[in-house]
Design a protein around this ligand. Structure first.
Ligand SMILES: Nc1nc2c(ncn2[C@@H]2O[C@H](COP(=O)(O)OP(=O)(O)OP(=O)(O)O)[C@@H](O)[C@H]2O)c(=O)[nH]1
Ligand SMILES: [Mg+2]
Length: 478
């Protein structure tokens, strides 16, 4: 046999194997996909519970058989999922194991309010559904990246488009209406007694910002339930506690330009530094590159607190949504300038009300977010609204009551140990009139999670999580 033939054979087979490797790599790249999901919601709207349940359902939903509307599962193409090593070395990992253990432990509990950033990556393996995709590769992987953060920080995003003067005017204007007027009284009285054009000293700056911070805390108590509260780090400072960058507050401006080194000028500088070093960094690193978005809205909280809180939540959501980039996306835009092409609004904690109220939850949510929905649809975004429950804590029970069949919820209210049967009231399908609120009609309670039953296959019971997952990920698993 000619040595040359061998060499030629070798190089041809080598070439073939190399090109096969290259094709494999390309198909892998083409078949492997990534989604950055923005989980958006005001403080206590249910973000951490949603992320925990989402991961749990993707890890265990297949065996539990409770994801009927998730097409990759329904079509038997789901091969499994796995949490991956933390992709970003500088951000703590989302503590899924800890949260799911406390939700499913002997004494089930919800995770505590989040006080910092964390991140998680999940890999979902599946068989491609279309004939062409299957010719390219038998299996594919979708990587899902999610960031969790305190809801309070989200309201910093609208600050990026505001000057100190604009922000101060907006906030002082909010304070001209109750319940803010009464809550702001002490802080505003202090401001009246200082001349903002005099030379700044640390004591005045500290006093003013402490009173302002107290006002923000009072605004979000259980009783008042306001949402539009800025700056977010004043409520959850993270690693910035007591830093000068958090020592400022809104000030009324005068017609003269403020002298150098005056209280006004120093507060304005600190506001700008806050925007530059805290908000811009947060936005650039975590909020500018999303492909899909879910917005969680706690409608029961808004209803419980009355028209002021309802309107406040609506404005806060509108302000936040203005900070995201929406539009049709394709491979190029996804690589260089990602845009959100699917937007899901959910009314969370649907298990707080009886099942027959869920359609009204969806209708009311539609009314609340009608403007952002219209804007997004206009930009070519696919939008959907749903009433969901990440972790079902109650059961709906129908009983006769004074000759009427009423739907009650049965569960253990948060902070209590005994189960109660409760008629939580009806969800209105439109924004209630003032008289509806005056009758003290809404008093929705929070409930404790329950021990998982054998019927649920040991997995966390949910409501329509599969529909939410299908909308957000389904097309990427086709
Ligand atoms: N019944 C019920 N309660 C829920 C559900 N999701 C959240 N909750 C309640 O809402 C509270 C807040 O939920 P979280 O997931 O911590 O909310 P969050 O948006 O992460 O809050 P922050 O971290 O403070 O921004 C929980 O402690 C529960 O009481 C749900 O699906 N069902
Ligand atoms: Mg949280």
């Amino acid at each position: 046999m000619s040595p040359f033939k061998n060499v030629a054979n070798l190089s041809v087979s080598g070439l073939l194997s190399e090109s096969k490797k290259a094709v494999d790599n390309i198909t892998h790249l083409a078949m492997d996909r990534r989604i950055r999901l923005a989980v958006t919601g005001l403080s206590q709207s249910g973000k951490t519970a949603f992320i925990t349940s989402l991961i749990h359902q993707l890890l265990h939903g297949l065996s539990a058989g409770n994801l009927p509307f998730f097409s990759v599962v329904a079509e038997n193409r789901f091969l499994g999922s796995k949490t991956m090593l933390q992709p970003n070395m500088e951000i703590p990992a989302f503590q899924y194991d800890k949260f799911i253990s406390s939700l499913t432990g002997e004494k089930p509990e919800f995770p505590r309010a989040t006080d910092g950033l964390s991140e998680i990556r999940l890999a979902i393996r599946f068989q491609p559904g279309s004939f062409i995709s299957r010719q390219l590769s038998k299996t594919a992987t979708l990587y899902l990246d999610i960031v969790d953060y305190p809801g309070e920080w989200l309201l910093d995003l609208p600050l990026l488009n505001m000057t100190f003067k604009e922000w101060s005017e907006q906030l002082l204007n909010f304070c001209s209406e109750e319940p803010r007027t009464a809550l702001a009284a002490e802080w505003l009285k202090y401001l009246q007694n200082i001349d903002s054009s005099r030379v700044a000293d640390e004591e005045t700056m500290r006093q003013a910002s402490q009173l302002f911070t107290k006002f923000l805390h009072d605004c979000r108590t259980k009783k008042t339930g306001l949402s539009y509260l800025q700056p977010g780090r004043f409520l959850i400072p993270g690693d910035l506690k007591d830093a000068p960058i958090l020592t400022f507050c809104p000030l009324a401006s005068s017609s003269n330009s403020p002298p150098k080194g005056s209280v006004y000028e120093v507060m304005e500088q600190r506001f700008e530094s806050y925007k530059e070093r805290v908000v811009k960094k947060f936005y650039r690193d975590h909020f500018s590159k999303f492909d899909r978005q879910i917005v969680l809205v706690d409608l029961q909280k808004a209803l419980n607190h009355g028209p002021g809180s309802f309107g406040d939540m609506q404005s806060a959501l509108q302000g936040i949504l203005n900070s995201f980039t929406y539009g049709n996306s394709n491979l190029l835009t996804r690589l260089f300038q990602p845009k959100i092409d699917k937007l899901l609004f959910v009314a969370t904690k649907a298990d707080h009300v009886a099942a027959n109220q869920h359609p009204n939850l969806e209708r009311l949510l539609n009314r609340m977010v009608v403007r952002p929905v219209n804007d997004a649809v206009f930009q070519g975004v696919e939008v959907k609204t749903l009433a969901i429950s990440s972790v079902v804590c109650t059961q709906t029970v129908v009983r006769e009551h004074h000759g009427r069949r009423l739907s009650f919820v049965k569960g253990v209210p948060k902070g209590q140990s005994e189960e109660v049967l409760l008629f939580p009231g009806e969800i209105p399908e439109t924004v209630p009139s003032l008289t509806d609120w005056e009758e003290n009609r809404f008093n929705f309670l929070d409930f404790q999670p329950q021990l998982a039953t054998s019927g649920s296959g040991g997995s966390v019971p949910h409501l329509r999580m599969d529909q939410a997952i299908e909308f957000l990920l389904g097309d990427k698993l086709s």
